[in-house]
Design a protein. Structure first.
Length: 397
């Protein structure tokens, strides 16, 4: 009995069909990527035209698109902005932005400095440089939803002299529309984080609080800004006037400042008067209050405001506020020399101790340290700690 061998049946479609499907999908994806890139380019062109009508001209020496197959990348060399409203011209070295094809509303960008700031048609007066600057934008160019900026080692200086105005080791700024925002009345959630920051340029502008800007500080802030009519770039004075006219304010959820072992936190709200001065209250909690006293001139103000015969009357309050200060106060009443340290090792001078009592400080605890809780009040730009007048903060416009 013989056995016949059958040749295998050839099915070329098993190879051709998957290959054809892959080729077709590749062609569809390529067409989609090309369409997305074209749409992105058209959106940018339309946005730039709209901004130009508003007086803000954005330019690039060259613009290149790439990122195939999964990303849309835009590279802009020598980016520039000329803004009629602020009469300023900005220039940088390079700007690169990228978005995923399937999520074009999230754009991540990196800018290469230095950034120069100049009056329109004039030479730069300011330079801003950094080690790394990145930003992410959720939304579209005409309708942003959330913006985050992260900068390593920012450095602001005058040009061409190069005198430092502000520096930091690290800066983060986050902003987004709050849920209560409405068209034409945006409410912004803001967060700021600064590490090892100094701002010598702000010393005179902050008046009484100027010394706080001259030493290296860590600062974190979470707040809600109300009263901005729009997000278009404007001169700072104009923006602040609009916020004041709308009854706007900055609601501070939390702020924390640290300089060495001096730590201060605050909550409250600040607004502006018609002439641009601060108004509002902040509830402060301060660790190492004695370090804050010389910075704000509290000891000088106390010496001028409190009669010598009032010293003993504050001694019991001082004992509750900072153990041992009452004895220091009693033993040094009328003395002009230095005080002996209290039993817990702290070394406040007489006016420092008295200052804590006079300004209505209450003993509390912050981050595991003994602290003082008190109220900082601004009335038409005049700063008060309790009943004690510290000084004047200049108008902001």
């Amino acid at each position: 009995m013989s056995t016949q061998h059958r040749s295998p049946i050839s099915r070329p479609w098993l190879i051709v069909m998957p290959t054809a499907i892959l080729v077709l999908l590749g062609m569809i994806w390529s067409a989609f990527w090309y369409w997305s890139t074209t749409a992105a380019e058209a959106t940018m062109t339309a946005w730039r035209a709209h901004e130009a009508e508003a007086g803000r001209v954005y330019g690039c020496a060259t613009t290149n698109f790439g990122g195939y197959p999964f990303r849309i990348e835009v590279d802009c060399t020598e980016p520039s902005v000329d803004d009629r409203a602020t009469a300023l011209s900005l220039r940088a070295r390079n700007l690169a932005a990228v978005a995923q094809v399937w999520d074009p509303t999230l754009v991540i960008g990196e800018i290469v400095g230095p950034l120069t700031v100049a009056p329109l048609g004039d030479s730069p007066t300011l330079t801003v440089d950094w080690a790394l600057a990145q930003a992410s934008l959720r939304g579209t160019p005409g309708a942003p939803e959330r913006l985050s900026i992260v900068i390593n080692k920012p450095n602001v200086a005058t040009a061409p002299s190069g005198v430092a105005l502000a520096t930091a080791q690290h800066l983060e700024l986050h902003g987004r529309f709050a849920a209560e925002s409405t068209p034409g009345h945006p409410v912004l959630d803001l967060a700021l984080d600064l590490k090892n920051a100094t701002a010598p340029a702000l010393v005179s502008a902050l008046g009484t609080f100027g010394p706080l800007a001259s030493a290296s500080s860590d600062l974190s802030l979470v707040a809600v800004l109300r009263g901005a009519s729009d997000l278009a770039p404007k001169p700072l004075g104009q923006r602040l006037r609009e916020i004041q006219a709308a009854g706007g304010r900055l609601d501070i959820t939390s702020v924390r400042l640290q300089q060495g072992d001096l730590i201060a936190t605050a909550t409250g709200a600040l607004g502006l008067t018609a002439r641009g001065t601060l108004s509002g209250d902040l509830r402060l909690t301060v660790v190492n209050f004695t370090k804050l006293v010389p910075l704000l001139g509290i000891s000088r103000a106390v010496a001028q405001a409190v009669p010598q015969d009032s010293l003993n009357r504050f001694a019991p309050t001082l004992d509750r506020l900072m153990p041992g200060l009452g004895n220091v106060l009693r033993s040094n009443a009328g003395s002009t020399g230095s005080t002996a340290p209290p039993g817990d090792g702290t070394k406040p001078d007489m006016n420092t101790a008295l200052g804590a009592a006079v300004v209505g400080g209450q003993p509390t605890e912050l981050e595991g340290h003994r602290a003082v809780s008190l109220t900082l009040r601004f009335d038409d730009g005049v700063a008060f700690l309790g009943p004690l007048k510290l000084g004047q903060v200049p108008p902001l416009y």
